[in-house]
Design a protein around this ligand. Structure first.
Ligand code: EPZ
Length: 416
């Protein structure tokens, strides 16, 4: 299993080109199978989650060719509607394919994606949305069987603004006659990207970015060329790294409009931040001051995916910070590893209290999920001595060549 070896204490200086957004690319790939035409998507990052999504698409008979960060998707020979157990487990977000496969094949068989590192990850909201759209859904022996022959456009309301369930509701209704309205929809920027992509393919979708999304079904969709949005979580992680280690970094291709919750916290406690078009200039202004409260919420609130990296920063900030993780029930798995490095953190259910310490000490730590692993890397960049972050494969799911990014900014980090 690969690990990262980090000699901490180096400030970060330079420029980072922000990768395409993992959480936009995955639904875009799902949407690309809604046409027999070729679809070209740029800004596709080199991530294991993307590799797994491509494996699943190929298993359905979809042709996917990659040319650097460009993917060409050809679903003209789509011949399957079943996502087998192994692959669905491998990639929880394969559940987004459910809506697209139903639109194309009118039926789908998907292995229950099951829980993952950060929680049970139920799909009850997905299933309720599909049933509300008159899709027959049976669950048996670990599989979900869907029949959309009698799909009926209508107004539905999600019990919770689930990102994936919103995406599935859109993908299952774009090719179905009539008007579907999704109330209490998730407002994440990745859903706006999905809407923009679908509209370029000829779909009629409006309202993404708000809690009411309207889909007017069309008969067919056509191919298109699309540039996926930048990854706001990767950009946020690198911004936090600068606040933590000190230094000055330009985030090139970052969309500050998607990052306001984070940037407002950082600018009040630890950085001078200048946003100009698609560039964000971050300059650490010395020892960070603790952010009194971090409460994760659906967008535009503070993103749960930046909770762990932000916690790493708080461990070496001056003061006390209280975290509340409202989105996932098991997203503090990095806490024990940070404590091994000398952090002062106490958790109680969804609450964590972090008291800043003068320094962290490098040691051997284990990544246990994607964003928690990134937090450990940030801690290693700051810690005194050498930190070994094991099971870095978790981090490779969402950060493209993370050690190369930090090495290019002056960090001493290598993969073994
Ligand atoms: C997406 O996951 C992202 N993944 C997650 O990013 C992100 O943390 C999450 O949205 C919230 O922003 C992708 O886009 C691939 P949800 P998703 O449905 O769609 C519960 C990362 O690190 N829920 O909004 O699965 C669920 O358990 C990943 O990049 C139900 O109870 O998130 C969670 O507690 C992690 N029933 C909450 O809602 C359901 O049917 C939010 O989940 C669906 C969700």
């Amino acid at each position: 299993m690969e690990k990262l070896v980090i000699n901490g204490g180096k400030k970060l200086y330079g420029e980072v080109k922000i990768q395409g957004a993992k959480n936009a690319i995955l639904p875009l790939f799902a949407a690309a199978i809604l046409t027999d035409d070729k679809v070209v998507i740029n800004n596709v990052p080199d991530l294991s989650d993307v590799d797994n999504m491509i494996k699943i698409l190929k298993n359905l008979g979809v042709k996917v060719d990659r040319y650097g960060s460009t993917a060409v998707i050809d679903a003209s020979n789509l011949c399957g509607y079943e996502i087998p157990n192994g692959l669905a487990k491998e990639l929880r977000s394969s559940i987004f394919l459910l809506g697209s496969v139903l639109s194309r094949c009118k039926k789908a068989k998907v292995a229950y994606p099951g829980g993952c590192d950060i929680g049970l990850r139920p799909i009850d909201i997905h299933i309720k949305a599909l049933r509300d759209l008159n899709v027959e859904v049976e669950e048996s022996k670990g599989y979900i069987y869907c029949n959309a022959e009698n799909f009926k456009s209508t107004e539905i309301s999600l019990d919770y603004p689930s990102v994936g369930a919103t995406e599935n509701a859109i993908l299952s209704s774009v090719l179905c006659k009539g008007n579907t309205v999704v109330h209490n929809a998730a407002c994440e920027p990745e859903i706006v990207d999905l809407q923009n992509f679908l509209v370029k393919m000829g779909a009629k979708v409006t309202g993404a970015g708000t809690s009411v999304i309207k889909i007017y079904g069309v008969k067919t969709l056509h191919g298109t060329l699309y540039d996926a949005m930048p990854d706001r979580i990767a950009a946020g992680t690198y911004a936090i790294a600068v606040a933590m280690t000190g230094g000055t970094v330009l985030l090139d291709g970052a969309r500050y409009q998607d990052m306001r919750a984070l940037l407002s916290k950082l600018s009040k406690t630890s950085c001078n931040i200048i946003c100009n078009g698609d560039k964000i200039y971050i300059k650490s202004n010395g020892k960070p001051v603790s952010v009194p409260k971090i409460t994760t919420q659906p967008h535009p609130g503070f993103p749960t995916d930046l909770q762990a990296p932000m916690m790493a920063l708080q461990t070496v900030s001056d003061g006390v910070s209280i975290f509340t993780e409202n989105i996932f029930e098991n997203r503090y798995r990095h806490v024990g590893e940070l404590i091994k490095m000398g952090a002062d953190i106490v958790t109680n259910g969804r609450t964590a209290v972090i008291k800043g310490v003068p320094y962290l000490t490098g040691t051997e730590v284990y990544a246990q999920d994607l964003r928690g692993g990134a937090a450990l890397i940030l801690a290693g960049l700051k810690a005194e001595g050498t930190t070994i972050v094991k099971d870095v494969r978790y981090v490779d799911r969402g950060y493209e060549k993370i050690e190369e990014v930090f090495r290019s900014l002056g960090a001493e980090v290598r993969r073994e």
